[in-house]
Ligand binder design. Structure first.
Ligand code: HEM
Ligand code: FE2
Ligand code: FE2
Length: 395
């Protein structure tokens, strides 16, 4: 049962009120083209601060970056109002380490909306999902610690003051700057990021591993600046990419790569392709096995009764069974005689005999289809040898 003292009132008020302000803005606040361009640009700056900075650089250390790049990401990310790098990365590492368990701060098993943002409505003490993780590298990181100590004023400035004064001094749109570039932009960045924890654990393919909830989907990638190939990401979190094909929609990966061409980022980590392909093929094979299990492959060999050649002959002669031997197995062909594409006569001539060599090319070398059909006619296993006289000849 949720108690009032468990609610983080400041956090939840921000999360509840801002979407309504954004809705009001969309309906009633005029949008000039300069503010529209600025809001969109600032959406990308702050969003990438989270995806390229908070997430792929600091939470996963999937590449390294120059100090200038780090400062930029630390400041840009603060404008997305998602806590400090240190706070964010701690939870995120726990999410990876403890995915889908009670120690996962945004476990998808607690429901879509919990993983989306309801988890943020609880105070730090009352929140579930406090799996332990190592954050010693973050505690030693001067940029991370500076951002952590100065987070509140930095966040207020980058999230609200900066977007407003740019539009205000730039083209006189103070009100629009605040309502669009600050608030509405913030709400979009918020829910885009939140989708990585909700939508990306709910919609799409389990390309590399299906034991956990993360999934790959282009639509999630579209709203999350490329974080939507989430099954890949959970499988290979130390890879700076979320989508491995260069053309797959992952602007975060493109930015990191672009920055590397001018030396701002380096040591971009890529998981060996051989390992990535292994995982993908294993999952493909698993899907194929599941489809194969739906087909009739005949009675398993271990469940078939055994007959000696004499017993086989007796069944044919005295009980008039339509049996034939091929490669050590006895087949019941009574349903098949009239349907044999090669004609009735060939089947009739094989009753009571071993037709291995005729079947395999002596008369006609059968296709795979014929071998598959055989499985459905399994009758028994031949115990012992076949006398030469009962064998088909190679002509
Ligand atoms: C129960 C056992 C058999 C099954 C399930 C079977 C099945 C088939 C099937 C599905 C085909 C179509 C083509 C292909 O898939 O290869 C075929 C063609 C043929 N079968 Fe069989 N067959 C059996 C036994 C035999 C035997 C014992 C003979 C010969 C003594 C024979 C002679 C032929 C010939 C000559 C053709 C070619 C017909 C043509 O293309 O004109 N089959 N059989
Ligand atoms: Fe995840
Ligand atoms: Fe991650």
């Amino acid at each position: 049962m949720v108690q009032l003292k468990d609610i983080d009132w400041i956090g939840s008020t921000v999360l509840v009120v801002t979407p309504f302000v954004a809705l009001y803005t969309i309906c009633y606040v005029p949008l000039c083209w300069q503010t529209a361009v600025w809001s969109l640009a600032y959406y990308y700056v702050t969003g990438l601060g989270i995806t390229a900075g908070y997430h792929r650089l600091w939470s996963h250390r999937s590449y390294e970056a120059s100090k200038a790049y780090q400062w930029f990401m630390a400041i840009a990310g603060a404008g997305a109002v998602q806590g400090s790098i240190k706070w964010w990365s701690r939870h995120h590492r726990a999410h990876h380490r403890w995915t889908d368990t009670d120690a996962d701060p945004y476990s998808a098993h607690l429901g879509f909306w919990h993983s989306h943002f309801l988890w943020l409505f609880y105070t730090e003490e009352s929140r579930k999902g406090k799996g332990k993780v190592d954050v010693s590298d973050l505690n030693r990181d001067p940029v991370v610690m500076w951002q952590h100590r100065n987070f509140v004023p930095l966040m207020l400035f980058t999230a609200f003051v900066l977007p407003t004064i740019v539009a205000g001094y730039g083209w006189g749109d103070w009100y629009g700057g605040f309502m669009w570039a600050a608030i509405t932009r913030l709400v979009v960045v918020h829910h885009a990021t939140f989708c990585v924890n909700s939508l990306a654990h709910w919609l799409g393919e389990t390309t590399y591993d299906d034991r956990h909830t993360p999934r790959d989907h282009f639509l999630t990638a579209l709203v999350t600046m490329g974080e939507g190939y989430h099954n890949f990401h959970h499988e290979f979190p130390s890879d700076f990419r979320n989508a491995i094909k260069f053309w797959q929609y992952d602007p975060t990966k493109w930015l990191i790569w672009l920055a590397s061409t001018v030396g701002l980022t380096y040591n971009l980590n890529m998981f060996p392709d051989n390992e990535i392909q292994k995982g993908r093929l294993q999952m493909e094979a698993k899907k194929i096995e599941a489809l194969k299990a739906k087909l009739n492959w005949g009675v398993p060999l271990k469940d078939l009764p055994s007959y000696t050649f004499e017993e086989f002959r007796r069944l044919v002669k005295e009980e008039n069974r339509q049996l034939m031997i091929i490669e050590g197995l006895i087949y019941n062909v009574e349903e098949f005689t009239d349907h044999h594409p090669g004609g009735r006569i060939f089947i009739k001539s094989g009753i009571g005999r071993d037709m291995t060599s005729a079947f395999n090319g002596g008369v006609y070398n059968h296709h795979n289809a014929a071998r598959n059909l055989l499985q459905g006619f399994r009758f028994g296993v031949l115990d012992g040898d076949v006398p030469d006289l009962a064998k088909s000849k190679d002509e």
